[in-house]
Design a protein around this ligand. Structure first.
Ligand code: TPP
Ligand code: MG
Length: 401
């Protein structure tokens, strides 16, 4: 269908072109392309695990030999196993809520592993795989979901900003940060810095994302906008939010947009490396639409059977990001059963560690809610803390009267 989409007229085609409107058929074709991968999808590994050559992107994964690919496989198995454990812990009442990443491992590991030490990542709330790739201890994520902590990791040291729940808001933060990298002269050669910002398909309907696109564009900010189009914004499908595939929006802002198979870790790595490289050299920003699927609920508070059919999920299971790497490794003789078994065993013990940690997580004292609000003391906050503590004291002595 892509040929029928309304991608014309080209700018500069003259006044008649400006007046042109898409036909109803072109609108429908555009809508369909928002939710079908289509010919525009950059892919290096098919769902069956066949390597597809790419003249444009192969050079970005030249160093990925069998050992490195086994490493990417291991990364994805570990984060999926951690994700399933956390989901189960929420069901057992140990976490208040969990936001599953199931199905999005390739998008997150591929892009996360493309980052260099001095790059900065701005996540939303589902980027547990990126956190892992940045070296954030996954235990540090769990406090957020047990409601004992607010993103307590070292975000400067890890290059991984705190989670943002307000949809699209981190895009503004990331635009500002990337503008700073530009102003401070950290852009311009192979050693340049870049920023990557993660957000969902639904976030693209949010004003903050539009503003972030505008600011990053006019300041040539070294910013990779990484949109994980997992097809759903809770119960709202992508085709209800856009007439055209999301990556095509970049053109309206004057920077390149590309759609990558978000279930293909190799393609996500290659395309992210390319986009980050563009940014490092001063050719940013770039929009990547990683075309993927949220295989589980939006969060543990959601029931997706209320709004989507199970055959859709069944179709996406055939495109599983982990299975295609496994198929490639096994078919090529790059990994044997002993390797797959050892990764599974490692993943089980990784998950057991997270479980032990969660069950034994210290309860913070109630006054903790007042700490780290301001860098220095604040009289209003101090008074509130005193009032709160004496209120709690009232319970301790209540039985004495
Ligand atoms: C400003 C704002 N509006 C609404 C919400 C409620 N909300 C939470 S997640 C979500 C959907 C986001 O969908 P998408 O951007 O596709 O990301 P996904 O959850 O699919 O990863 C909404 C509307 C919010 N958190 N913030
Ligand atoms: Mg979504």
């Amino acid at each position: 269908m892509p040929s029928e989409q309304w991608t014309h007229p080209e700018p500069g085609d003259g006044p008649a072109a400006v007046a042109a409107q898409p036909s109803p058929e072109q609108v429908i074709a555009g809508l369909r392309a928002t939710s079908e991968g289509g010919a525009e999808l950059t892919q290096l590994l098919t769902p069956e695990g066949e390597r597809v050559p790419s003249p444009q992107f192969d050079k970005y994964v030249e160093d990925i030999d069998a050992e490195a690919l086994r490493g990417l496989y291991r990364d994805m198995v570990l984060v999926r196993r951690a994700d399933r454990e956390a989901n189960a812990m929420q069901r057992q009442g140990q976490l208040g809520i969990w936001v599953p990443l199931l199905g999005q491992e390739a998008a997150q590991i591929g892009s996360g592993r493309a980052l260099k030490k001095n790059d900065m990542a701005f996540p939303s709330y589902r980027e547990h795989g990126v956190a892992y790739a940045r070296g954030v201890d996954m235990k540090d994520l769990l406090g957020i979901f047990r409601c004992t902590d607010h993103s307590g990791w070292d975000y400067q040291g890890t290059g991984f900003h705190p989670y943002t729940i307000v949809i699209g808001n981190q895009v503004l933060n990331a635009a500002g940060y990337a503008m700073g990298q530009k102003f401070e002269g950290k852009v311009g050669d192979d050693d340049g810095e870049a920023t990557i910002c993660y957000f969902g398909d639904g976030a693209t309907s949010q004003g903050d994302v539009h503003e972030g696109f505008v600011w990053a564009a006019v300041y040539d900010a070294p910013l990779v906008f990484f949109c994980q189009n997992n097809q759903w914004a809770i119960s709202e499908p992508t085709e209800r939010q856009s007439r055209l595939p999301l990556y095509q929006r970049a053109r309206g802002y004057g920077f390149p947009g590309i759609r990558v198979d978000g279930n293909d870790v190799l393609a996500c790595l290659a395309v992210s490396r390319w986009a980050l490289d563009e940014c490092r050299h001063g050719n940013g920003p770039v929009l990547i639409e990683a075309f993927t699927y949220r295989m589980d609920a939006h969060t543990t508070t959601d029931d997706p059977t209320r709004y989507r059919l199970s055959d859709e999920l069944e179709e996406w299971k055939l495109k599983d990001p982990i299975e295609r790497v496994r198929a490639f490794l096994a078919r090529g003789g790059y990994a044997d059963q002993a390797f797959f078994d050892s990764v599974q065993a490692e993943a089980d013990s990784f998950a057991a560690d997270l479980r032990d940690y969660t069950f034994n997580m210290p309860e913070p004292p109630p006054e903790r809610i007042f700490s780290n609000v301001y860098a220095e003391g604040n009289p209003v906050l101090d008074a509130q803390r005193e009032e709160f503590l004496s209120y709690l004291d009232g319970f301790a002595t209540a039985g004495e009267h």
